[in-house]
Structures are given as structure tokens and as C-alpha cells.
Ligand binder design. Structure first.
Ligand code: NAP
Length: 286
């Protein structure tokens, strides 16, 4: 049985590490990228076939799926890792609707489009193998807990957590496993962007800049300490967690891939909202 995996957002961070790890372990990897420079880099890795796919562009998704299908011929596709994602940080008062919509488009609708298009390939794999195909959606504890200035990302990951739970039932009928994999805070480009205050600041009028300055400064300092912290998970560690899920015969729906993800999950279930709100208010000096 040839195992193949399609990973979106394989140009950097968790997706790039996952593409490398799976390829080193005998998988045939279809690695999603957007820029040609990233495509050329991915093409250098053994067992990796770069596939150009911006998950907001329907034609690119169709072309990518057609390319994967041609390569795999009758084997079918074993796994999809819906990893592509992005953030947009801004105080709700000045958050740009278009930018918020874009976050939803990538983090939620991109997954809907790509996964629906791949169902025939996942079913084809199941027709020929006793181990069943799987869809791994990369979620986040930002999908179970809201955070200050992170509304767009929170909305998208909350939606994704619910969507994944529903997909678990619907795709389960087709014999396809569905997993919600929560990485926890991980040292990647996305983490730097989560707290990149300049994004929030650029388009604000003077009165907004004046009011939010101290909060934006606090975001900056949280970002600086997070980026220099050695306690955070590395993308390599999260890629390993994803690998273990893909290898597991019957992966369960909810999987936390790092200690903070497990902890936040526990806190959300056991403690009232007043506890997490106190924590975030203290942390962000609200
Ligand atoms: N880092 C964390 O703390 C953390 C925590 C929880 C969950 N996550 C989740 O982990 C996943 C990977 O993020 P990361 O931390 O590895 O961040 P990253 O290094 O910024 O990687 C994000 C990837 O998504 C791709 N992407 C963005 N927009 C896209 C689009 N429209 N179509 C296709 N690909 C697109 C990027 O491609 P380009 O290079 O072309 O932009 C990049 O390859 C995301 O879903 C994120 O929400 C991350």
C-alpha cells in the first residue's frame, strides 16, 4: 500500500516541517504552496511533489486535485492535512471586514473546498485498503477560547472546530477518519503575525491610535517574549504529532499536540469563563 498525503500551506512553519518529515518516512507528499520560489524549494525534497494551491482560488484547487489524481492513478489518497492558515490581529472597533472575511475564507472555506474536492480520492483509497483514509484539520485552542484583538482568528477557528466535529460524522459514513489537531502556541511566522501590532495600527485614525497605543505596545511585548521563549513548541514537534496521527490506525476526533493545548482544553471544560477572562485581562493589561 502506497501512503500519500496532501498538505496545504507547506511553504513554511508546521506545514513545511510536516512535508519534510512525511517524505523522510516513505510517504508520497503533495505539498501545497503559493509562490513559485516556495514551489522550487519544495521540489528539491525527495518524494515531494509541489502543488500550487491558494485555498481561496477555486480553479487552483481544481487543478491541484486533478494533478494529484493523475499522479496517484488508481491508488487514491490516504490523508489530507488542512494546515494552511493565517491570522489578522486588530481591535474589533477598527477591524477591517475584508481582512476578517479573508481569514474565514482561508481558515474555513478553503478547507471545505479542498476536502470536498478530494472525497473521491479518499474513497478510492478506502476501496482498496483496510486502513482507512483521513482528513486532519489543524485547529487551535483559539477555537475554544476567545482572546483580545484576535476576533477574526477566533471566529475562524471556532467555526473550524464545529465544522470538523460535523465532518467527523458525515465523512465517517464514507469510512474516512476526521481529526481536529490542535498544535498549541508554536514558534512559526504565524505566531509573530498574531501579535504584529503594526497590522492593527496602520489603518487606525489618530483617536484610535491614541486609545489603543498602550494595548498595542503590550501586544508587542507579548510577541517579543513569546518569540524568545524556549518553552514554546517547535514546528518540528507539531509535525511529529501530525505524523503520529496520520500513522494511527483509528485516530480519535480531538487531538491536542502540545501541553498548552491540553491545558487550555482542560481549563475551558473545568473552569468558568470568569477564570479565563481574568487571565487574559491580566496578560493584556485590559
Ligand atoms: N503557530 C501557532 O502558534 C499555531 C497555533 C495553533 C494553530 N496553528 C495553525 O497551524 C497552521 C499552520 O500555521 P503555522 O503556524 O505553521 O504558520 P505559517 O508558518 O505562517 O504557515 C502558514 C501556511 O499557510 C499558508 N497559507 C496562507 N494563506 C494561504 C492561502 N490562501 N492558500 C494556501 N495557503 C495559504 C502559508 O503560505 P504562504 O507562505 O504562501 O503565505 C503558509 O504555508 C495554521 O492553520 C494555524 O492556524 C498555529
Amino acid at each position: 500500500m502506497e501512503k500519500s498525503v496532501l498538505i496545504t500551506g507547506a511553504s513554511s512553519g508546521i506545514g513545511a516541517c510536516a512535508a519534510e518529515l512525511f517524505s523522510q518516512n516513505g510517504y508520497r507528499v503533495f505539498a501545497g504552496y503559493r509562490s513559485d520560489t516556495d514551489g522550487s524549494k519544495l521540489a528539491q525534497i525527495a518524494n515531494v511533489t509541489p502543488v500550487k494551491v491558494d485555498v481561496t482560488v477555486v480553479e487552483e484547487i481544481e487543478q491541484a486535485i486533478a494533478a494529484v489524481s493523475t499522479e496517484l492513478e488508481e491508488c487514491g489518497l490516504y490523508a489530507i492535512i488542512n494546515n494552511a492558515g493565517l491570522t489578522y490581529t486588530a481591535p474589533f472597533e477598527y477591524a477591517d471586514e475584508e481582512k476578517m472575511r479573508h481569514v474565514m475564507d482561508v481558515n474555513v472555506w478553503g478547507i471545505v473546498r479542498l476536502t470536498q474536492g478530494c472525497i473521491p480520492l479518499l474513497k478510492r483509497f478506502n476501496e482498496q485498503n483496510s486502513v482507512k483514509s483521513r482528513v486532519i484539520n489543524v485547529t487551535s485552542w483559539a477555537g475554544i477560547m476567545g482572546q483580545p484583538f484576535n476576533g477574526a482568528y477566533n471566529a475562524s477557528k471556532f467555526a473550524l472546530v464545529g465544522l470538523t466535529e460535523a465532518m467527523y460524522y458525515d465523512l465517517g459514513l464514507l469510512g474516512i477518519h476526521v481529526v481536529s489537531a490542535s498544535p498549541g502556541v508554536t514558534k512559526t511566522r504565524l505566531l509573530a503575525r498574531t501579535t504584529d501590532a503594526s497590522q492593527a495600527y496602520e489603518s487606525m485614525p489618530e483617536e484610535g491610535k491614541e486609545f489603543y497605543k498602550k494595548y498595542i505596545d503590550k501586544l508587542d511585548s507579548i510577541s517579543a517574549s513569546a518569540n524568545s521563549s524556549s518553552a514554546l513548541a517547535t514546528p518540528e514537534k507539531i509535525a511529529k504529532g501530525l505524523f503520529n496521527l496520520v500513522e494511527r490506525k483509528k485516530p480519535g476526533l480531538k487531538q491536542d499536540l502540545a501541553t498548552d493545548a491540553r491545558l487550555m482544553n482542560l481549563l475551558r471544560r473545568l473552569l468558568p469563563f470568569s477564570w479565563s477572562s481574568r487571565m487574559f485581562k491580566r496578560m493584556y493589561k485590559l
